[in-house]
Write a new protein. Sequence first.
Length: 239
Amino acid sequence: MEYGKYLATLSEFEHQVASLSPARAQIQAVKATLSALAKQELPKAPLPKLGFSTAYLERHLLDHPELFELERVLNLVRQVAIENFGVWHLFSSAWCEALKQELYPGKTIELMAGNALLAKNLPATFAVDELDWKGQDNERPDPWTKVYRLDALEAVQRYYTEVNNLILAWAPETTTKDQQILAFLRQKKWSGRFIVIGEKNGATNSKRFWQEAKLNYVPGLNTLHQPFDAIKDKVFLVK
């Protein structure tokens, strides 16, 4: 759905549910997130869980039958972000600040960076991506900062001795490059931090990666990274 049309639809719902604070707050959070992305900025706060409990619906549905359709529309936000802004994963500036505290001092590579949201918002970070998005829901890269056209595995093999952190967010499930990167880092006994954001055995990364990765949950980062739709991705420190 086109961004402007989606915002207009949300505004109509916002008027209809003006007396329902929880529903109105979800609409406003989604609008704020997309408005930030439109300016190539991170939203200040993460999205809340979108949708309504059975109890909430039972209490309000008689007066507000539009809640069912509103729930469906709210959960289109990720697809709208993908199609309009080339953003598959929704970071917030609050989460990004927490991430800065988890990184080792030194240089960072954002692998398979897409439009490089993190590289723009992290110090001493450069982004690599093949920038070939053929067959994706958005085939038009529009980087927020400089992105080097480079295969992720090649980047790791070339620069692993020069960096202290690697970040891999929302790697596609259609390639085993993630597992190959992990195998290479283990072979070289790399001592940096390998941070992966994804849904285990779900929407991101290869099956081989999830089978072989030793995953450490990062509480500080996951506090500000709660699932807002059906995808239950998390932040892991991978060994």
